[in-house]
Design a protein around this ligand. Structure first.
Ligand SMILES: NC(=O)c1ccc[n+]([C@@H]2O[C@H](COP(=O)([O-])OP(=O)(O)OC[C@H]3O[C@@H](n4cnc5c(N)ncnc54)[C@H](O)[C@@H]3O)[C@@H](O)[C@H]2O)c1
Length: 252
């Protein structure tokens, strides 16, 4: 991919999928703004990347903080061409009958409303870009039943949000797409001993994902090679959503 001369803002860029995405876009020529609640880690990665990178503290729960992150990108580099919303995540949630409104709202705010805040803040800048694109990171949880209902419902919301934005802002040339990862080896699995090994056999391609697998798909959807793709959700999932053949008929 060639992102020379283009400025990308990546949320959740301090760790995991966001960090791999920021690094990938940077390696492909973009100037990157790493927006993350963990400002120290984002700063360390930006320092590692060099002058075409800048970190900014950003909490996607907070409108002012998100607006300020976009303002930092504009002030530092004068433009914004690409927005990649990766910040999100889940926490262990109780059974639906025990679920509190507070937990529901917290997860919807982090995984759906926070992305809306980022798009809302970025739109005026994206409109000025010649080839703007937005890529949102969802999850296979937003496409099929894997439990974690509040997280899953919020991630599912991203797909229809992207479709609506794609139609509404298509005439402005702004593309909106979603990447839905399966299980990816990041720190979120560190506390669950043996989980990745247990999940591996469910993946037809024989492994869980690496952050770079997701970064590659984001880079494609953000690039000019995807110039006529908008409003889609792309599973990047080692085949786990392809079907239950092996679970239902292990003998076949
Ligand atoms: N790891 C997986 O298996 C997996 C699978 C599907 C989808 N995802 C999604 O991918 C995204 C990244 O997950 P990851 O595994 O890389 O997690 P991670 O914890 O490694 O990275 C998440 C990043 O987001 C930042 N962040 C969290 N809350 C924030 C907030 N309120 N404001 C700003 N930044 C915030 C964190 O500081 C961190 O840098 C999430 O949206 C997650 O739901 C992950």
């Amino acid at each position: 991919m060639n992102f020379d001369g283009r400025v990308a803002l990546v949320t959740g860029a301090a760790h995991g999928i966001g960090a791999a995405t920021a690094r990938r876009l940077h390696d492909d020529g973009a100037t990157v703004v790493l927006a993350d609640r963990d400002a120290d880690a984002a700063g360390a990665l930006a320092g590692d990347l060099g002058p075409r990178a800048r970190a900014t503290a950003c909490d996607i729960h907070d409108r002012e903080s998100v607006d300020a992150a976009v303002g930092t990108a504009r002030a530092a580099f004068g433009r914004l061409d690409l927005l990649v919303t990766v910040a999100g995540g889940s926490i262990p949630t109780p059974d639906p009958e025990q679920l509190t409104d507070e937990t529901w709202e917290q997860l919807v705010d982090l995984n759906l409303t926070g992305t809306m805040r980022c798009v809302r803040a970025a739109l005026p800048s994206l409109r000025e870009s010649p080839r703007p694109a937005v890529v949102m990171v969802s999850s296979v949880n937003g496409l099929a039943a894997f439990g974690d209902e509040p997280y899953s419902a919020a991630k599912a919301g991203l797909s229809v949000l992207a479709k609506n934005y794609a139609v509404r802002y298509g005439p402005d040339g702004i593309r909106f797409n979603v990447v839905a990862p399966g299980t990816v080896r990041t720190r979120v699995w560190d506390s669950q001993d043996g989980a990745l090994e247990r999940l591996t056999p469910f993946y037809p391609l024989g492994r869980v994902g690496e952050p770079e697998d997701i970064a590659a798909a984001v880079a494609f959807l953000a690039s000019d090679d995807a110039a006529w793709i908008t409003g889609v959700t792309l599973p990047v999932d080692g085949g786990i959503l392809a079907g239950p053949l092996r679970t239902m008929f292990p003998e076949r």
